[in-house]
Ligand binder design. Structure first.
Ligand SMILES: [Ca+2]
Ligand SMILES: [Ca+2]
Length: 289
């Protein structure tokens, strides 16, 4: 279902009024969530993976100039999607970032490519494009987690070759990667499979010296400068067998059902007047574990 802006607005208004008990949950069409990145870092090209920038207030994408060694930078960014209920259908995803420094003001495409392996944000505190000595758990050009044996199979990171979204970035300022089928598919994949949520690699121009662009990270002091992911989604319809509303039908719900055995009301899903074997069979059929 395509949801236009006015419907989104209505849905948000309905979701807001829900907390006051004014309308039933079934009337919610869609919900909107704005998230700040939960982790970000820079993969700094170096033959030994000696540098990283886990706690820096920015990350980089592109190629630096001669003074910086003419090496590459790739951003790493991910978002905690755990507040999106399982079963939700993602309809729109856009990312806004603040470009806070540039090598050149020339426009270069900046792409978001889905990481296929996990990576870390350690405590390296960098104050420039060169990074700081890699700290435990930092992603580097070679390491997924510095100080462990978990390395990239390909130096520079493992990610899907096809970009999920690309837009030009020139001078400093705010930029938005508007929703694409690729971004929607990525977030849907991550909501369906949280263990595969490794975020995006932010890839710039990798040919031209000084093409590098700097973006503010979730450590940025000014909150509005931090990366902002806006997600519009339609929650899954409520499952009647999920008696405790935790989006699972499992032992906790079964225990409640059994405690009401033979009684009318809650747990009498088929309205026969008593919780009985038919209701139990229905719950087992909806079992999610
Ligand atoms: Ca960071
Ligand atoms: Ca449940």
């Amino acid at each position: 279902m395509r949801i236009n802006f006015s419907q989104q607005f209505l849905a948000v208004a309905l979701a807001t009024s829900l907390s006051f008990g004014l309308v039933p949950a079934q009337t919610v069409l869609a919900d909107q969530l704005v998230l700040t990145s939960s982790a970000d870092n820079t993969l700094i090209e170096d033959p030994s993976g000696a540098f990283s920038a886990g706690l820096a207030t920015y990350f980089f994408a592109g190629r630096v100039g001669v003074n910086g060694g003419s090496t590459l930078r790739r951003g790493a960014i991910r978002f905690d999607l755990s507040t999106i209920p399982p079963g939700s259908s993602i309809t729109s995803v856009s990312l806004k970032m603040n470009c806070s420094a540039v090598g050149l003001t020339t426009q270069y495409p900046i792409s978001l490519k889905r990481f296929t392996k996990s990576w870390g944000e350690g405590a390296s505190q960098a104050f420039g494009g060169g990074g700081a000595p890699s700290a435990a758990g930092d992603v580097t050009w070679l390491h997924r987690f510095y100080g462990t044996t978990q390395s990239w199979a390909t130096p520079g990171g493992e990610f899907v070759a096809t970009a999920s979204a690309t837009r030009n970035v020139g001078a400093m300022g705010f930029y938005t990667w508007t929703s694409t089928a690729g971004l929607v598919a990525d977030v849907q994949l991550w909501v369906n499979n949280p263990s595969q949520n490794f975020g995006w690699c932010v890839v710039g121009n990798e040919t031209v010296l000084q093409s590098v662009k700097r973006f503010d990270s979730h450590e940025a002091t000014v909150e509005s400068y931090r990366p902002q992911l806006t997600i519009v989604f339609t929650p899954a319809p409520p499952n009647p067998y999920d008696l405790n509303n935790d989006f699972k039908v499992n032992a906790a719900d079964l225990a409640t059902l059994l405690s009401r055995w033979g009684l009318p009301g809650s747990g009498d899903f088929d309205g026969s007047g008593a919780v009985d074997g038919a209701d139990l069979a229905g719950m087992l059929g909806a079992w999610t574990g």
